[in-house]
Design a protein around this ligand. Sequence first.
Ligand code: KE4
Length: 430
Amino acid sequence: MRERPRSAAAFARAQRSIPGGVNSPARAFGAVGGQPLFIARGDGPYLYDLDGQRYLDYVGSWGPLILGHCHPAVVEAVTVALHNGSTFGAPCELETELAEMVVAAFPSIEMVRFVSSGTEAAMSAIRLARGFTGRSTIIKFAGCYHGHVDALLVAAGSSATTHGVPSSPGVPAGCTQDTLVLEYNDCQALRDVFRQRGDEIAAVIVEPVAGNMGLVEPTAEFRQELRRLTLHYGAVLIYDEVMTGFRLAYGGAQELYDEAADLTILGKILGGGFPVGAYGGRRDIMRQVMPAGPVFQAGTLSGNPVAMAAGIATLRQLQLHPPYRYLETLGRELQHGLQRALDAAHIPGHVQRVGSMWTLFFTHQPVTNYTTARQADTQRFARFFWEMMDRGIYLPCSQFEAAFLSAAMTPEHIHQTLDAAQQALQALRP
Ligand code: KE4
């Protein structure tokens, strides 16, 4: 592991005033050991750390940066907006413009409300679904993450339905007693719980392609059963497209799979690197949101004009130059090359991918849910992570995260990544 003295000094300093030295645990490198890099700047497909090292960035700030760092159109739009004022606490047309773009991108979204994070969007969507149905019970899936919402911070259950058990101190049992946890892709468990309790269920919230246990794709049957059962029992189907929205297609997983949720939550790319979340969907549901309706939700910086400008500029670029076929080509080459490198090194592993989201699992069998994801060799992942880092490839610092390609990457970057992976995996050979 290469020495990075300026990051080490910055980390030591940060730990004196910030818990764990980071403002989000995902950045702490806890799962891979060592210390986090402190970043000086990003540029296109690259990150530069305080020690002047350059890295090809497969994290992209955990998804927002599909265009890469400092895209000129985004920088310009944000600069113009900033000179008009950073925030007003009053409506401005930039909010309406981005809302109209979201409505145009997602046929299932008739109205949308902006907030400042994916967590806030998930929290608000859950409250809205409960207010709209008058019911309390929520279904989520083990391994799916929807932000640090009390009601959704529950232990990953087994394949059977379990009453949620808070997985963080400070979450009273009362916050999770109405949360049921099922196994992702487990259609039988889904049918069973709806047959037993369908008239109690306010909503099902799901990552339509899971990124937070590593990349796990839904089966067609799972998607179809989610839609059939929620319609039949009058539960709200919430697609958490914070990661997949504008990532897998301009219209997210719903466009990719031709599905329609009742509510959708968005974030990451929608803000173009600025703090934006959103929840939206059927007009009859969204009209329940205050002040149009009785369900309360508010936010000082919701619809922030500078953040709106970043989102508008980002979506405009995605409309003008759709990167999705290009990213599919890069992703396919990367996936096949990594799988070949695993096989050549005689290391068990599965490279799973949807579009520009991917995960290399160190597992003996494909990963279809959280139970199989947790069988991954996380020690081997940690060694692979640092072997790649020392070769200038910046991967997500956990086996249970998705990696992201950006449109700033080129085929040469893929070749560099595959060369580094071949060397890294050879160094890990059993
Ligand atoms: P935020 O509150 O972090 O903006 O969004 C929460 C969220 C909601 N839904 C999905 C599908 C998400 O992936 C996320 C956040 N993703 C994590 C990484 N997988 C963000 C990184 C972090 O927590 O620092």
